[in-house]
Write a protein that binds this ligand. Structure first.
Ligand code: AMP
Ligand code: ZN
Length: 471
């Protein structure tokens, strides 16, 4: 399996630290707002990376933090006259609900900064002891000049910064080098704080991820991931902290997703050009959002527009219809044995599956993987239909489910919803309607049809029987 590694700027063969295991850390959001669809991109992309590893037999330990202390959270709490705890609890719950709607598997562990202070303080103490950090008036800074590898992840960015900086930025009195960053800072009036050897205060942003990755995954991890805006300074600083404190390589592979843009500009809270995932998910379907994101390679910028969402919606519809057709054909097939023509056709399935893996093993090329699912859809629509044998339809259906599940594409939100009818309940109503028709009680049959329609289920009488569709 090949992964593009930001650290070496090339695709590399993936070699796990432990056989069949992946230790993966993904930077999570700061929780003070509903997430926007740009934030949904890393959730979907790295969930798919995880699913793929799991589908080929890896055990993935997936850690994703919540940043629950931050200036923006404090500002929001003050604006709304609420405590920071209330704000944080609300938006962690909202975010978890949003990403569940995207069919993102919950992380093995979702640590929160406020619950990791002991580990954070210990790591800062180690950095001071080893000469990688210094304290001035209650603030602790990382001494970037002391870490030889500083800049190794983001070289280019640093060079640009060096070139542009000399005249414009003057060094503050406290810092030894321009690039030095805060590990611990004293509290300001009214801010949440924790006790430490240096001051009552709180940690800087970067140290949290180094401390959490160490606690839950160990000193060296396989994959560290996040959006490309995190390469500098966040990930560069994480490397300096973790490698400085632990004396070992931090992450073997660094993966970064490109931006989701709107009108060719990055979608972001600060630019104010964002759309919440909640709004877009409710409008087009959360499954359409997931499908839309996976239709592009994760390292290519992706533009958001209403037209593109509409087109993603109708493409996904073709895949959903194929699933219904296969399901229906399987239930209604009367042919028990494979025909010889079918036997020949079945040889195509492993070829499609192999090409799906080839695409995914080439740095998770989900766009190509989806095009292979469409080839399978075409194959299913052509051969696995009325008149085909049960074992043939089953084989096509199994592969179809396997591939679409690997990408997490088809899932039923309404199935989990207490307000919606379950499959079994729908089948029961369909059976009742059938009985009513048999007894020539057409008024009752129509009432059942109307009731199902009001519950969001459309039924269709076909020659082979009744089909239904959730709308
Ligand atoms: P933030 O809460 O801004 O730190 O973002 C949380 C995650 O979303 C990080 O991994 C960011 O890199 C990522 N992210 C933010 N905006 C976008 C965007 N427009 N496109 C893709 N990823 C983004
Ligand atoms: Zn991080």
């Amino acid at each position: 399996m090949k992964i593009y590694n930001t650290l070496t700027k090339q695709k590399e063969e993936f070699k796990p630290i432990e056989p069949n295991k992946v230790r993966m850390y993904v930077c999570g959001p700061t929780v003070y707002n509903l997430i926007h669809i740009g934030n949904a991109r890393p959730y979907i992309v790295f969930d798919t990376v995880r699913r793929y590893f799991e589908s080929v037999g890896y055990d993935v330990n997936y850690v994703q933090n919540f940043t629950d202390v931050d200036d923006k959270i404090i500002k929001k709490a003050n604006e709304e006259g609420r405590s920071t705890t209330e704000v944080v609890e609300q938006y962690i719950a909202e975010t978890l609900q949003d990403v569940r709607n995207l069919n993102v598997t919950p992380a093995t562990k979702h640590p929160r900064v406020t619950e990791e202070m002991k580990q954070i303080i210990e790591m800062i103490e180690t950095l001071i002891e080893k000469g990688f950090a210094y304290e001035v008036n209650g603030t602790v800074y990382y001494n970037t000049a002391a870490f030889e590898g500083y800049g190794k992840l983001s070289k280019k960015v640093l060079e640009e910064l060096e070139a542009g900086r000399s005249e414009r930025v003057t060094l503050t009195e406290e810092k030894k080098n321009h690039m030095d960053f805060v590990l611990w800072k004293p509290k300001k009036e009214g801010e949440p704080y924790w006790q430490s050897p240096w001051s009552d205060g709180r940690p800087g942003w970067h140290i949290e991820c180094s401390a959490m990755a160490k606690r839950y995954l160990g000193d060296t991890i396989d994959i560290h991931a996040g959006g490309e805006d995190l390469i500098f300074p966040h990930h560069e600083n994480e490397i300096a902290q973790s490698e400085g404190a632990n004396g070992k390589a931090f992450a073997h592979y660094w993966m970064h997703n490109a931006f989701l843009n709107i009108d060719n500009k990055k979608m972001s809270k600060s630019l104010g050009n964002f759309k919440t995932l909640r709004d877009v998910g409710e409008m087009y379907g959360y499954d359409v959002v997931r499908f839309f994101m996976l239709n592009a390679h994760y390292r290519s910028p992706l533009n958001f527009s209403a037209e593109l969402m509409e087109s993603a919606k109708s493409s996904l519809e073709r895949i959903k219809n194929a699933k219904m057709t296969l399901d229906f054909a399987l239930k209604n097939s009367q042919v028990e044995a494979l025909t010889s023509e079918e036997e020949t056709l079945l040889a195509e399935l492993p070829k499609l599956e192999a090409r799906f893996h080839e695409a995914m093993e080439d740095d998770f090329n989900t766009a190509d993987a989806i095009s292979i699912i469409f080839e399978l859809v075409k194959f299913a629509n052509t051969y696995a239909k009325e008149g085909a044998s049960k074992p043939f339809i089953q084989a096509v259906f199994d592969l179809f489910n396997k591939l679409s599940d690997t990408l997490g594409l088809l899932y039923d939100l309404k199935g989990d919803n207490e307000d919606g009818l379950s499959d079994a309940e729908i089948e029961e109503y369909i059976e009742k309607r059938k009985q009513a028709k048999k007894a020539k009680d057409f008024a009752e049959a129509d009432r059942i049809r109307e009731f199902l329609k009001d519950s969001g289920v459309l039924i269709e009488d076909t020659r082979e029987g009744v089909r239904y569709k959730r709308v």
